[in-house]
Design a protein around this ligand. Structure first.
Ligand SMILES: Cc1cc2nc3c(=O)[nH]c(=O)nc-3n(C[C@H](O)[C@H](O)[C@H](O)COP(=O)(O)OP(=O)(O)OC[C@H]3O[C@@H](n4cnc5c(N)ncnc54)[C@H](O)[C@@H]3O)c2cc1C
Length: 378
């Protein structure tokens, strides 16, 4: 399904796909085994303009359309899920600025983020507030020319090497979600920000996540937009982020399916290729159908990105369906590999481990259903 892209964008995606296959894919298994942080690929990604591919040219990016961005993330995730997770966490941070900050702050941070000189992180989740971020306890109190920001966050991707982290905190504890504001903290330049050890995760082991605690001064010019607009910004950012999660899911599922097809043609049991068995043919057919459906939903949501229309439901359909279908596809692909699929000689077990988080982060499958139902019942 390539009809959304212009000739020029198709050329960019072809280039990113070649780069992903030649540079990212060969190191993916080693990165997973060593749980090596994928910022090691940052210079190469930066060179290709990939660190800023979600940003318009006016802010130093390459300004890909929604569908082109979807295909680019898909290609990168198919080659190395961990690299895609580092990259998309950076996009959550830069998107927060793009959608929520005033021009001066955008001009200060985005060009360096677009070139990859500065790495971003997105700090919304707290130990007691994941699915319902409005329950957050972090708060920011006026102090002199800025704020005293106090609290903690958990599972923050990229935080260990981040140059800037978007932190959401309450500026009015009595106003619920409307009392949440967003700020930039710069851990390499500011005191009072403590970043813990990376979590030991099941998958995406090269995309590190960290707990953070802070008691720091933040100047007023580091606030994104007006006080009280942080939650709205976070929700808009997640509408985009969920499309990127869908793209990561279909990217990995597509590789799992390719592996299953070639294995089904090569592996012989009882003197004939296992692809001759109708049971496995039907599994492959179900995988291909679900993959096509997931991509169609992802591209539909991506086409609405930046349109000015609301696309929360489309983005939730895309994430919900792609993350769950990708899991089924990779599971069947592993089954088709028999015992070998369960070993580290093949990438299937890594695909499954990497895919599992897509049903949890940026709003679990249950939360996506809640978003969809809320729109239906409005
Ligand atoms: C690898 C990884 C990377 C991450 N990166 C980031 C990041 O960069 N920035 C960031 O801010 N966060 C990040 N997160 C956090 C992630 O977004 C949260 O873990 C996720 O939103 C779920 O929150 P929770 O873990 O607190 O689960 P909980 O909210 O405690 O949910 C527990 C269970 O209850 C279910 N549940 C909760 N509410 C409802 C409801 N209303 N109806 C039905 N079921 C419900 C959930 O679906 C889930 O199954 C990351 C997490 C991981 C593991």
């Amino acid at each position: 399904m390539n009809s959304f892209l212009s000739y020029e964008e198709r050329a960019v995606i072809d280039q990113i796909t070649r780069f992903s296959t030649d540079i990212l894919a060969p190191r993916a298994a080693e990165i997973d085994a060593k749980a090596q942080f994928t910022t090691l690929h940052r210079p190469a990604l930066a060179e290709m303009g990939i660190m800023g591919m979600n940003l318009p040219e006016a802010h130093g990016g390459i300004g890909l359309s929604g569908p082109a961005l979807y295909e680019a993330v898909e290609a990168i995730a198919g080659a190395c899920g961990s690299t895609a997770s580092m990259l998309t966490a950076h996009f959550l941070a830069t998107d927060s600025l793009l959608l929520g900050a005033e021009e001066a702050l955008k001009a200060r941070v985005l060009p360096g983020a677009a070139t990859g000189d500065k790495l971003g992180a997105f700090g919304l989740t707290e130990p007691q507030a994941g699915s319902n971020p409005a329950d957050m306890r972090s708060f920011a109190m006026r102090e002199g020319t800025g704020y005293r920001l106090k609290g903690s966050k958990c599972f923050i991707s990229n935080a260990g090497e981040a140059d800037f982290i978007v932190i959401f905190a309450k500026t009015d504890r009595t106003a619920g979600a409307r009392g949440i504001s967003a700020f930039i903290v710069e851990p390499k330049r500011m005191g009072g920000i403590d970043i813990g050890k990376p979590e030991q995760t099941m998958g995406l082991r090269g995309g590190h996540v960290f707990p953070i605690s802070f008691d720091c001064f933040v100047p007023e010019e580091n606030r994104l937009g007006d006080e009280g607009t942080g939650f709205r910004t976070a929700m808009k950012v997640l509408d985009n982020g969920r499309i990127e999660v869908a793209a990561q899911a279909t990217g990995i599922a597509s590789e799992a399916l390719k592996a299953a097809i070639s294995y089904a043609k090569e592996r012989e049991v009882g003197g004939r290729p296992i692809g001759n068995f109708q049971g496995l043919q039907w599994m492959l057919a179900d995988c291909a159908t679900e993959l096509a459906a997931a991509r169609a939903l992802g591209l539909q949501a991506a086409a609405k990105r930046g349109s000015g229309e609301r696309y929360s439901s489309e983005s939730a359909y895309a994430k919900l369906y792609a993350s769950e279908a990708a899991w089924r596809i990779a599971d069947r692909a592993l089954q088709i590999h028999g015992g070998y699929g369960y070993t580290k000689d093949f990438p299937l077990e890594r695909y499954l481990r990497d895919l599992r988080i897509f049903r949890i982060y940026e709003g679990s499958s249950e939360i996506q259903r809640t978003i969809i139902a809320r729109d239906l019942l409005k």
